[in-house]
Design a protein around this ligand. Structure first.
Ligand code: FES
Ligand code: FES
Length: 169
């Protein structure tokens, strides 16, 4: 067992965990933040995506004890039913989901994607590495390719992300 202190959605949390506990299990089983989903538990689906110090990661692929002192943001920390994050509101407006299982991961990933583009980080489909990447449908598809949606809500997800990007511009 090991003691770990980190901040989750702005709140300081201290847990006593088996060192083998993934960040996803720490969030879901120990902190009861069940918004982050366990789809595959081995880095293939993106349902468990959360942000650590502003960067998106698959929380099933990292151990909680590796995050001492980190700031973790889950879907619960982005917005609330009464006060949706703009990306959550856009997913609702564009029907960016059906069953909703992949949605928390999709939304955490989308928020981080727009930050990555803003920070000038290129992707595999960025044609000109010397220019700032743009928010195009191709860029969104490539950057969101780690988030699988079995319901196939992809085109609506791209529309939702595009709308938020346009509003931010
Ligand atoms: S549950 Fe983590 S990537 Fe699928
Ligand atoms: S909305 Fe069902 S898996 Fe994406």
């Amino acid at each position: 067992m090991s003691k770990i202190s980190f901040s989750v959605n702005g709140e300081a949390r201290v847990l006593e965990l088996d060192t083998r506990t993934t960040l996803l299990d720490a969030l879901r089983e120990h902190l009861h933040l069940t918004g982050s989903k366990k789809g595959c538990d081995h880095g293939q689906c993106g349902a468990c995506t959360v942000m650590v110090d502003g960067r998106r990661i698959n929380s099933c692929l990292t151990l909680a004890v590796m995050h001492e002192g980190d700031e973790i943001t889950t879907i619960e920390g982005l917005g609330s039913p009464e006060n949706l994050h703009p990306m959550q509101a856009a997913f609702v407006r564009h029907d960016g989901y059906q069953c909703g299982y992949c949605t928390p991961g999709q939304i955490c990933s989308s928020v981080a994607v727009l930050e990555e583009i803003k920070a000038g980080i290129p992707s595999h489909v960025t044609a000109d590495l010397g220019a700032a990447p743009q928010v195009t449908a191709d860029e969104i598809r490539e950057r969101m390719s780690g988030n699988i949606c079995r319901c196939g809500a992809y085109s609506n997800i791209v529309e939702a992300i595009t709308e938020v990007a346009e509003r931010q511009a």
